[in-house]
Design a protein around this ligand. Structure first.
Ligand SMILES: *[C@@H]1O[C@H](CO)[C@@H](O)[C@H](O)[C@H]1NC(C)=O
Ligand SMILES: *[C@@H]1O[C@H](CO)[C@@H](O)[C@H](O)[C@H]1NC(C)=O
Length: 281
């Protein structure tokens, strides 16, 4: 009896030590450490410098705005509204954040990963097809169609996507296990890097010709402008000049602007091509 009890105590201790080993953000060593982004002189261990606790206010733990519909009028037909440590400084060191995602009809959040967070998503409105892909060599696609109220998990680091299959706008809320989950969008990293990855490297990787690589690169860069007009316009300028000086093959990437939501078929084939390319990576 006693031996069994000790066994369970040891098992519990062992499980806790495993949790310690695999936790991605260190356990806080104080009640809170409200981020003070203006403090550039303090030593930062992991995260941001702490504000003096005496000056901490309720608003440091507060955000208002997730009731507002995200504007999905971009070429992918989705919009993420983040609530991370950049919106709520009180999240600093707590290993947690959340997002609201809006999807237009047939809109899709294309394949991407969060390098620092597992994501748990719930559908508030609409019907979403979601999925993630396990790592090499299986590359197994785990996918499901979710309805309102359904919950799905995307394990940390794995490439995943969501797409609105419904005939109305869709909305989801997700929690992420990092104050700053980060996003690596597959198309942006591969075809939108600054400066660009050498054409022949991508042509070899995807086993396509240079022309196809340049076409995808141009498309990625111009899609980014539509996605985030002002910020991306600046990026484009530097990317375009970098691309021009890099191989002289990327011409004017500023063309092809479109503000309207694309036709269902266009979006659908674009989404499939993202998925297709993903399977080639
Ligand atoms: C769907 O989303 C679009 C773009 O954000 C918006 O303009 C439109 O009013 C929404 N439609 C409905 C029925 O809510
Ligand atoms: C592809 O482009 C690279 C330069 O970017 C060039 O060296 C290579 O010969 C090209 N390949 C083909 C098949 O045109």
């Amino acid at each position: 009896m006693e031996a069994t009890f000790i066994f369970f105590i040891l098992l519990a201790a062992f499980s806790l030590s495993i949790l310690g080993v695999f936790s991605y953000e260190p356990a806080p060593m104080q009640d809170f450490c409200v981020a003070d982004p203006t403090n550039l002189v303090a030593v930062r261990v992991n995260g941001m410098a702490c504000k003096n606790p005496m000056f901490v206010q309720a608003d440091d733990f507060y955000y208002s705005g997730l009731h507002i519909n995200g504007d999905t009028r971009n070429s992918y037909g989705y919009k993420v509204t983040p609530v991370t440590v950049y919106q709520i400084p009180g999240l600093n060191t707590l290993g947690l954040s959340m997002i609201r995602i809006d999807y237009a009809i047939w809109g899709a959040n294309p394949p991407h990963t969060h390098p620092r967070a597992t994501e748990i998503l719930t559908v508030l409105e609409g019907t979403l097809q979601v999925g993630f892909i396990s790592s090499d060599p299986q590359n197994r696609l785990i996918t499901k169609v979710l309805q309102r109220g359904d919950v799905f998990v995307f394990p940390v680091g794995l490439v995943h996507f969501q797409r609105n299959l419904g005939h109305s706008n869709a909305t989801a809320i997700a929690a992420l296990s990092s104050q700053n989950p980060g996003v690596i969008s597959i198309t942006n990293t591969i075809f939108g890097s600054n400066p660009p990855i050498a054409t022949e490297i991508l042509a070899q990787a995807f086993r396509v010709d240079n022309k196809t690589v340049n076409r995808l690169r141009k498309k990625t860069i111009s899609d980014n402008i539509i996605k985030d007009k002002s910020a991306a316009r600046k990026r484009l300028e530097s990317r375009t000049s970098a691309a021009l000086s890099f191989n002289g093959q990327v011409k004017n990437t500023g063309t092809g602007r479109q503000d309207a939501i694309p036709k269902n078929n266009a979006l659908s084939s674009k989404f499939l091509s993202h998925t297709f390319l993903l399977s080639l990576v």
